[in-house]
Design a binder for this molecule. Structure first.
Ligand code: FDP
Length: 328
């Protein structure tokens, strides 16, 4: 056995097998959530392939249109939205899709049991300069009976109602990290085999850390408590790291210990990030990994969304660092 593993090193458990093996952990186990996760993984492989070709084919730059928040849509934003929507509509498990790229939710299949909130490509401003970008998704069970039209109660659910959440990081390697409420597991994409393999089992976030990630260019418009916290980080000689790609900043902090803050600013009175398809998923993952996520005061997962594209200030990362930032 020893001899065999020396000659042919094991590459571990493939995502499909992992999902299948762990299906029973899910209280409504019926295989549909597993299929949905596989659909998301498949779409991410296609998006990963397109991202890898950016620069060679004409998919960089602006699309010439705007998303739900009035921000310039990049061609890859639009492409990723199409890929994920297509994959999720083919599977039939999803009744409605909430996306950063569309104003209203997309009605998919009234028979579907799940609602997905997704940011198909986060960190758009980094696309054209070959910096890590990501996909973020939240999965909810619908509340109204299957087979009936979707209602607001299905769409506007609190983050605490998520049954699964995850992200894909298109970085120096591509990773898929997800939770179904039983810890967090990370998978690395092996491009020659076209498969994700378990590389980061049972991820946990260091309880404390030294990395702080915030766009300090907006310093003048931060409130005094954020300014004081930043002063504290500097007095302690903490490490400043800000990629400006939420998934990448979050992932680094989860592995190394740190805090990511996007506070309210003069320009964005409620912060910039979106509750339903950015903050909720990362808050769920952070908590499952032993971290913490708040809006500076309240737990992100307890915020009742009023609108699809609602924004919130976001403090996420190592538990002790988030608590310290809140204390200012
Ligand atoms: P982007 O605008 O490039 O899509 O979600 C939006 C987001 O990126 C995050 O990924 C990122 O952390 C943040 O905005 C960056 O905003 P600033 O440029 O204001 O720092």
């Amino acid at each position: 056995m020893m001899e065999q593993s020396r000659i042919a090193q094991s590459i571990g458990i493939a995502l499909d097998r992992f999902i299948k093996n762990n299906q029973e952990q899910f209280q409504y186990a019926s295989g549909e959530l597993s299929q949905l996760l596989r659909d998301l993984a498949l779409a991410s492989k296609v998006v990963n392939r397109e991202i890898g070709k950016a620069g060679l084919i004409d998919i960089m730059g602006s699309q010439g249109s705007q998303n739900s928040g009035g921000e310039e849509q990049q061609k890859l934003d639009v492409l990723a939205n199409i890929r994920f929507t297509r994959a999720l509509s083919k599977g039939g498990e999803v009744c409605a899709l909430i996306s950063e790229e569309t104003e209203s939710y997309v009605d998919l299949n009234n028979e579907g049991k799940y609602v997905i909130a997704i940011d198909p490509l986060d960190g758009s401003s980094n696309i054209d300069v070959n910096v890590s970008i990501g996909t973020i998704f939240s999965v909810y069970r619908r509340k109204s009976p299957e087979g009936t039209p979707i209602q607001d109660i299905d769409i506007l659910q609190k983050g605490s109602e998520q049954v699964a959440a995850g992200y894909i990081l298109y970085g120096s390697s591509t990773m898929l990290v997800y939770t179904t409420g039983h810890g967090v597991n990370g998978f690395t994409y092996e491009p020659t085999l076209g498969e994700y393999f378990l590389s980061h089992p049972d991820l946990s976030m260091p309880e404390d850390g030294k990395i702080f990630s915030i766009n300090e260019g907006s310093y003048n418009s931060f409130n005094s408590s954020i300014k004081e916290y930043l002063m504290y980080c500097k007095e302690k000689s903490f490490v400043a790291r800000y990629i400006g790609s939420l998934v990448a900043d979050f992932h680094r902090n989860m592995l190394k210990g740190g805090i990511y803050i996007y506070p309210a600013t003069a320009k964005d009175k409620n912060g910039k990030l979106r509750l339903m398809y950015e903050c909720n998923a990362l808050a769920f993952i952070a908590e499952q990994a032993g971290g913490k996520a708040t809006n500076g005061r309240d737990r992100i997962l307890e915020i009742q969304p009023i609108t699809l594209h609602q924004r919130t200030p976001f403090y996420v990362g190592s538990k002790k660092m988030v608590e310290k930032a809140e204390s200012f």
